[in-house]
Design a protein around this ligand. Structure first.
Ligand code: PMP
Length: 355
C-alpha cells in the first residue's frame, strides 16, 4: 500500500500468546498468575474517585515510584515506570544502544521481543546460542564485541535462573568492558534472587520488573526499571519522546497498593512454586525433559510427540499451552503453572494423549 512507510511494511512484530474468545480454556499459555491480585487492589478500585480522571495522571508516576522504591530499598530517582515492562524494555533500546552501532547481545533462545525492539530501533544484535543444557553461554557473551546485554533471568521460555552471584560476576566483567547489562526479571519473584541490590554498586546494571506476573496484574499494564540515576534519566528522556503519561492514574494507585502488600505476593508466589515443583516431577515421570525452573512456567518436551502435536491435542481437550514452530523450541511446550486443579487437568490430559 502506497501510504505506508518502509518500516511498517517490513517489520516482523512480536506475536503475543493467544487470548481466545471462542471457548473457555484452561489457560496455561501466557504465564499469567492463577491467583487474584492483593485484596488491597480491590479496595483501591472501589474507593477510586472517577472524578479525578478528568485530569492527566502524574507524568512520572511519582507516588508509585515512591512505593516501589520503599519496597525495593532504593530511592525514587532510581525507579522508572512504564506501560508494562515491555514498554520499559522497548525504551531501553534507544536509551542505551545506537542505531547501526555496536550491537546488543543476547541469547538465541530468550524473550523474543528483544529481537523485535532491536529491529524496530535499528539496533544491531549479536546472538549467542544457549549451551546444550539450555543455560546461557556467559563467557561467549562476554567475548562478544557489543555495547551491552539483555539477560532474561529467569530466562524465558526455559525458566532457568541464574543465582545472584553469577549475575554479579557477569555485571562486574561487563563493567570492566564498559558495557551495560539489562536484567529482565519479569519472573524473578518466583526464584527470589533479584539483582536489584546490585544496582547500588554497579552503575551499568538496569533491572526491569513487572506487575504482570507475581502481582497478578497483567491486565493493568505496568512495569518498572531500577538502576543508577544516569540510566533512569535516559529512560525518562526516551519516554518523553513518545508519551508523557504512559502510566494512567488508576494503574498508579493500584500498583502502589499491590507493591506495598509484600506478604500477599509472597504467599501466592509460594503456592505457585509448590505447584511448579509438583508438576515438574510429574512431567519428568512421564518422560519429559524439563529444566529446573525459577519462573511460573515449565519448559517441557522431547517426548514421543512433537511440541505441535502435544499443543494441538491439548487444545482440543481445552488446555491451552504455548508452542513455537522454531528450531529447538518445536520439540517443547511452555506450560504456565496454574492452580492445583488446572495442573491436575493438564497432567490428566497429557497422560491420556501420550497413551
Ligand atoms: N519479559 C519477559 C521475559 C516476559 O515474558 C514478559 C511477558 N510476556 C515481559 C517481559 C513483559 O511483561 P509485561 O509487559 O506484561 O510487563
Amino acid at each position: 500500500m502506497q501510504y505506508l512507510s518502509r518500516r511498517s511494511l517490513n517489520i516482523a512484530p512480536y506475536t503475543a500468546g493467544e487470548q481466545p474468545k471462542e471457548r473457555t480454556y484452561i489457560k496455561l499459555n501466557t504465564n499469567e498468575n492463577p491467583y487474584p491480585p492483593s485484596p488491597r487492589v480491590q479496595e483501591v478500585l472501589r474507593a477510586f474517585d472517577a472524578g479525578t480522571l478528568r485530569l492527566y495522571p502524574r507524568p512520572d508516576a511519582d507516588g508509585l515510584r515512591e512505593a516501589i522504591a520503599r519496597a525495593e530499598g532504593v530511592k525514587p530517582q532510581n525507579v522508572f515506570c512504564g506501560n508494562g515492562s515491555d514498554e520499559v524494555l522497548a525504551l531501553s533500546f534507544p536509551a542505551f544502544f545506537d542505531e547501526g552501532g555496536l550491537p546488543a547481545c543476547f541469547a538465541n533462545l530468550t524473550y523474543s521481543f528483544y529481537e523485535v525492539f532491536a529491529s524496530f530501533f535499528g539496533v544491531n544484535t549479536h546472538i549467542v546460542p544457549l549451551l546444550e543444557d539450555f543455560s546461557f553461554d556467559l563467557s561467549a557473551m562476554l567475548a562478544a564485541d557489543c555495547k551491552g546485554y539483555y539477560l532474561c533471568n529467569p530466562n524465558a521460555p526455559t525458566g532457568i535462573a541464574l543465582p545472584r552471584e553469577t549475575v554479579e560476576a557477569f555485571v562486574s566483567k561487563a563493567r570492566e568492558k564498559g558495557r551495560i547489562v539489562i536484567a529482565d526479571e519479569a519472573y524473578m519473584d518466583f526464584f527470589g534472587e533479584s539483582a536489584v541490590p546490585l544496582t547500588k554498586s554497579y552503575d551499568n546494571l538496569l533491572v526491569v520488573k513487572t506487575f504482570s506476573k507475581s502481582y497478578s496484574l497483567a491486565g493493568i499494564r505496568c512495569g518498572y526499571a531500577v538502576g543508577d540515576t544516569g540510566l533512569i534519566s535516559a529512560l525518562f528522556r526516551m519516554k518523553d519522546c513518545f508519551n508523557s503519561y504512559p502510566v494512567d492514574a488508576v494503574c498508579q494507585a493500584v500498583c502502589a497498593a499491590a507493591v506495598e502488600d509484600k506478604d500477599y505476593r509472597e504467599k501466592t508466589c509460594t503456592l505457585v512454586k509448590t505447584e511448579r515443583e509438583r508438576v515438574r516431577s510429574e512431567l519428568l515421570s512421564l518422560g519429559f525433559t524439563v529444566p529446573k525452573s525459577g519462573a511460573n512456567f515449565l519448559f517441557a518436551g522431547r517426548v514421543i510427540l512433537s511440541g505441535e502435536e502435544l499443543y494441538s491435542a491439548l487444545k482440543r481437550e481445552g488446555v491451552l499451552v504455548r508452542f513455537w514452530n522454531k528450531p529447538i523450541l518445536k520439540d517443547f511446550l511452555r506450560i504456565t503453572v496454574g492452580t492445583p486443579s488446572e495442573n491436575d487437568a493438564l497432567l490428566e490430559k497429557l497422560k491420556e494423549i501420550l497413551r
